[in-house]
Design a protein around this ligand. Structure first.
Ligand SMILES: [Ca+2]
Ligand SMILES: [Ca+2]
Ligand SMILES: [Ca+2]
Length: 211
């Protein structure tokens, strides 16, 4: 019985160790493709746009979550960016530094390329003054908008991706005051996620035995 107990606690420790091995794969120092040539898309899409409110808070300072994918076909400056083609539009890269601040009221776009050596659970934490639209490998994933200020974790979303090269495509929105940006993307290898799930099942088993 004692031997069994030691085995269990040893496994729990091993599972815990692998479950905490989150790696930061993108942060504020990461470089990528950058596009500062979009101007204020409110001039193209406004007035009354749900996606690009008027300059200098002229159409308010909305707090919105769950924004639908914006139709970006009216601007030619993005080119075919969601297919990792940067030959058209106003892109620099692939190793451009990504500034925390940009021209007030303008929109800017960023593409980070990253490679995973194994299937991983990805968590994207971003702060933006003001709004954010995000795609992963060209699939629309997240859209939200809030008032000024930017802090890590202001906007958060995640997914699971296989081994290989991937793209995180971001459109930063601003509608006045100041701008700001913080990003942290972490990856946890899938076996650790499975281990964490296993740990949960183990806990349930113990709880059930005690009951
Ligand atoms: Ca704008
Ligand atoms: Ca904000
Ligand atoms: Ca702002």
């Amino acid at each position: 019985m004692k031997k069994m107990k030691q085995f269990v606690s040893g496994s729990v420790l091993a599972l815990f160790a692998s479950a905490t091995s989150a790696t930061i794969i993108i942060d504020n120092d990461s470089t990528g493709w950058y596009n500062s040539g979009l101007g204020d898309l409110a001039l193209t899409y406004g007035p009354g746009s749900d996606f690009f409110p008027g300059a200098n808070v002229s159409e308010g300072d909305p707090v919105v979550t769950g924004l639908a994918e914006p139709d970006l076909s009216l601007t030619t400056n993005l080119g075919n960016w969601l297919n990792a083609d940067f030959s058209l539009g106003t892109w620099t890269g692939p190793n451009s530094s990504i500034p925390k601040n940009w021209t007030v009221n303008d929109e800017t776009a960023i593409v980070y390329e990253f490679t995973l050596t194994e299937s991983s659970s990805i968590t994207v934490d971003i702060g933006v003054d003001n709004g954010l639209f995000a795609w992963i490998n060209g699939d629309y994933t997240f859209g939200a908008m809030s008032s000024g200020g930017s802090f890590p974790g202001e906007y958060s979303f995640g997914t699971t991706l296989g081994a290989g090269t991937h793209y995180l495509q971001l459109l930063r929105e601003d509608h006045g005051g100041s701008t700001g940006y913080d990003i942290k993307v972490t990856a946890v290898p899938e076996p650790a996620t499975i281990a964490l799930f296993g740990l949960g099942l183990l806990g349930m088993g113990i709880a059930r035995r005690k009951a």
